[in-house]
Design a protein around this ligand. Structure first.
Ligand code: TGC
Ligand code: FAD
Length: 392
């Protein structure tokens, strides 16, 4: 990739709305992305390899458990800072943000919220430093948008549980040390449990040939009569609401992250349009290119405002799941459209790895599907405003 010249757009002076601490956290994440992600990410994506070199840096900027209390190794930050960290990381790459989202909201959050004190002490500090990496197993081959239908199950064997089933499309699975996995007990109630690499009957084959999120490793979780010690069950919440509660936290981070990807595409397209001369003028001087760029900054600004407000609601513990769905859906769609438009501004150069736009575009094709598809989030809004659940 060419040198990272990113300048963050802030058309409505949103900086004035952030506290000094929030800006400090964001700026250190921004600097780290320039220094540690931009120089290596294109090659990692081209080779479809998760760049392990960034793990310690992610931990240092507080991306592993930003809002988990410091007593458990987290950064103890507020929700706005969490969002800003995700924005900056996804400005670099959605796959890197995926790793941070999974570790924080889908592994550390359920252990912190639903785990026993012993589980918190055992896992959270090591997850915060990146000494342990985790994954989250909800989706199954036959149950994606409808996780409530899951077939993965546990049987009580007296001194332990026997786990059987399979999860697929699991971020970080190929290298994760532990998995927070969701399975039904004999009564059909969904329980969360912690599965550790090395347990007999547990394997994590990698999913190859992805055109999207190539710098993030994706895989399956296969459970063939895995013996799960009883102390590995998350004791404090069960039912589908438990995994969906984790998704709320991750979806909130994705809403911010998508803004980062969009900002990077816009900034790249704007700079290129000012430099690229055709018919003796920079292409930025032509109305058709201005329309693209003006619409991009308008949409980014709207998303920034929406998401800032969501951040204030989250900080006050007032954000609803449906509000989070709206922001995730809107922002990812906005980023995807901007990536496609920005790619055109660059002409042929837009398809090369010299620029980040095509990588963002391909990544966002996963982001628009995972953590609830574009359609499902619309149906969540529909349900919220009408009272009718149209997904059933
Ligand atoms: P439904 O009957 O509506 O609800 C079941 C229970 O859950 C409660 N609930 C929620 N709780 C917390 N947060 C939410 N967002 C919640 N939504 C619902 C609900 O109140 C109820 O509680 P209770 O006590 O009455 O039992 O459930 P449903 O089966 O009809 O499904 C609803 C639907 C379709 C919205 C839901 O299943 C859904 O969101 N589907 C999408 C699945 C999804 O997002 N999967 C994501 C997998 S993880 C992933 O993609 C990680 S990518 C990570 C990365 O790389 O970044
Ligand atoms: P389906 O549910 O089969 O949906 C197919 C299509 O049908 C979609 O367009 C959908 O919107 C539509 N559809 C479904 N139901 C309805 C309905 N009721 N009404 C109207 N339209 C509907 N999962 C995890 O558990 N952990 C992870 O770490 C994880 N990481 C992922 C990483 C990547 C790169 C990807 C691509 C996915 C990941 N997922 C993960 C899985 C992801 O959450 C699912 O792909 C997603 O929830 C959609 O499920 P599905 O792919 O089975 O699609």
């Amino acid at each position: 990739m060419s040198q990272d010249l990113f300048q963050a757009p802030d058309y409505y002076q949103l900086d004035e709305l952030f506290t000094e601490e929030q800006k400090l956290v964001r700026n250190s994440a921004r600097e780290w992305v320039k220094k540690a992600v931009s120089p290596i990410i294109e090659e990692a994506a081209q080779q479809a390899k998760f760049p392990t070199s960034i793990v310690s840096g992610l931990a240092e900027i507080g991306a592993f458990g930003p809002y988990i209390p410091e007593e458990y190794g987290g950064a103890g930050l507020d929700q706005m800072s969490y969002g800003l960290i995700m924005q900056e990381i996804e400005r670099g790459d959605s796959g890197v943000r995926s790793t941070a989202s999974v570790q924080s909201s889908l592994v550390m959050y359920p252990i912190y919220k639903y785990g026993s004190e012993a589980q918190k002490q055992k896992y959270l500090p090591k997850l915060a430093t990146g000494e342990l990496l985790g994954c989250f197993g909800l989706t199954e081959p036959n149950h994606g948008s409808n996780p409530g239908g899951m077939e993965t199950n546990i049987k009580d064997m007296g001194t332990y549980f026997l786990l059987n089933g399979a999860k697929m499309w699991i971020s970080n699975a190929p290298f994760a040390d532990i998995g927070v996995v969701w399975a039904k007990n004999e009564e059909g109630r969904i329980k969360g449990l912690i599965v550790e690499r090395g347990m007999e009957g547990f394997s994590t084959p990698e999913t190859h040939n992805k055109w999207s999120l190539r710098a993030s490793a994706t895989g399956e979780l296969i459970f063939d009569n895995v013996k799960i010690p009883k102390e590995n069950i998350l004791p404090n919440k069960d039912g589908l609401g438990a995994p969906l509660g984790c998704l709320d936290s991750a979806r909130y981070g994705i809403a911010w992250g998508a803004i980062g990807a969009a900002m990077d595409c816009y900034d790249t397209a704007l700079r290129y349009a000012k430099e690229r001369i055709q018919f003796d003028k920079p292409i930025a001087a032509y109305q058709l290119q201005q329309k693209k760029l003006a619409e991009m900054i308008t949409e980014i600004t709207k998303a920034q405002l929406l998401t800032w407000r969501l951040g204030t609601l989250k900080n006050d513990d007032k954000a609803t799941s449906a509000q989070i769905s709206m922001a995730k859906r809107n922002n990812v769609d906005m980023a995807l459209k901007i990536a496609r438009e920005a790619r055109q501004v660059l002409g042929a150069m837009g398809i090369t790895g010299e620029y980040s736009i095509m990588r963002h575009m391909m990544n966002l094709e996963s982001v628009v599907t995972y953590e609830g598809t574009h359609d499902i989030h619309l149906l969540i809004t529909g349900f919220d405003i009408t009272g009718y659940a149209a997904f059933k």
